[in-house]
Design a protein around this ligand. Sequence first.
Ligand code: VGL
Ligand code: ZN
Length: 194
Amino acid sequence: MTELEDALAPGDALIIVDVQNDFCPGGALPIENGNAVVPILNRWIAAAVSRNVPVYASRDWHPAGHVSFRQSGGPWPPHCLQDSEGARFHPDLKLPDSTVIVTKGVRFDRDQNSAFDQTGLARHLRKAGIKRLWIGGLAEDICVLATVLDARREGFEAILIREATRPVTPRGGEEARRKMQEAGAAVTGLTPAL
Ligand code: VGL
Ligand code: ZN
């Protein structure tokens, strides 16, 4: 397993997926204990900032009546409507001013679960000389999974931060970790102390 001293080195980036109010308890598509990822991610953010490692945060950002909503024949209740309170990042998530925001889920014709899906993220990372990604956020079995798989397809090393993610269902989480590992991603139980 990767040692903590080796984590967040030059050439690394921290990728935080969809830590938004609607995916936390009280939101429109709440994930059990979704908010529990926030203090963990804050420690990773602090470590990334102190090591000059860039932080990226994706957000689900849907137009009204999005194709992924049940009213439109999709699987989900309406969530993360553009500019709504539910679409805001969790208020306790301490994103630095330098955070690169990646907006997805804006297309009218299909959903974008991965932060790489037609966002230009891979190009942005390559231009910044990034080779390895530390990834956490919500939900482990939906958008985190899709993001990790695309990271591997795009040729990045990918490490899932186990404590910094939560699934929609526990079964889904197990399946997701298996798929990520099959794709060559690593899973770490490490988290920096404060
Ligand atoms: C997500 C369901 C619908 C996610 C987004 O961020 O994991 N899940 N839209
Ligand atoms: Zn969505």
